[in-house]
Design a binder for this molecule. Sequence first.
Ligand code: ADP
Ligand code: MG
Length: 369
Amino acid sequence: MTTPVLSCAGTAARSARFVDVAKSYGTTQVVSGINFHLDPGEFLTLLGPSGCGKSTTLNMIAGLDLPSEGRIFIGDHDVTTAKPSDRDIAMVFQSYALYPHLTVFENIGFPLRARRRRMAETDVRKKVMEAAASLGLEKLLDRYPREVSGGQRQRVALGRAMVRTPALYLLDEPLSNLDQQLRIQMRSELKDLHLRLGATMLYVTHDQSEAMTLSDRIVVMSNGRIEQVGTPQQLYYQPTNLFVAQFLGEPGMNIFSGRFADGRLQSNGVDLVAPPRTSSLASSVSAGIRPEDLVAGDLKTARLKGTVRTVEFMGSRVQLRADIGDTLVTAFLPAQLMFAPGQPIGLNPSSDDRVRWFDAQTGKALDFQ
Ligand code: ADP
Ligand code: MG
């Protein structure tokens, strides 16, 4: 859980919980077995490829969609069937849907002037000015949405969510309409905002680097199911299965397969020695090594041997791709090492404990504890 640095609105932050939630449309099950919780003040991200059920999951806690099974709680309240307006949530979507005929000020203040919670104008002004100041929008308050940039519009949408102190913020790919540079800038601002508000945030993205940089914990999803829940570090260093190992990281973990006998995984160009108990845990195994855990080795004795395909200079290092057997492997190597496409190359894991072992049949990580 995050400790709020400067908590101004954090008092309203609540926990939230999904219990055995499933959703079907007709006979098509879209998500199932959804179980996770958010601590008060936590930034939790639903991460997974497009179509895996992230928005469906978010929409159910927002009250825009009804679960077919299971219960959803915000704080101690069972909100499974509650109206969206009774859930004390603020949402920010990818398409930020500002009112074009209202100024930036009026857009931000809109939720405060809504009939259900009409607030005195002096208080509205105070709240809007606070939100605008923390988002750097003070000079733009009299402009209309069409007169500000995409990044500024996205900030207005965030401001509109911030003027309230909801139990829970729900954000569905709020940065994906922005260009790369702005996305990275907004990412930092969002992180900063979260720390200042001390708010509970449930965030949706398909972008693993966004999830890794922003989140206290991540729920990795694929095909309507949860693959793993954990901190970015846990997911990165102890992926529970091949899906998580390959989905996280830029690029993901290199995976080697082949014949597995006498504790060795062997195939064309691959000869990796497994820890002693591996053989008793699975009959066929795959090994995973992250690009930064490979080092250049002697051509004759290296555990992995192949041919360099591409070398990209990245300043502090090179990103090298090599064909090893039928696996295209990525390695991050020191920039001073010289390699050329077509050249033979030997690679080794930087140490044995940097090699992860998986049951090749089930994809599950083999645990030696
Ligand atoms: P994500 O947000 O992870 O990209 P969604 O939650 O939007 O994924 O969608 C998950 C799956 O549910 C998709 O395969 C999508 O086609 C399907 N789906 C979403 N809404 C409906 C609907 N109203 N009727 C039928 N299928 C739907
Ligand atoms: Mg979506």
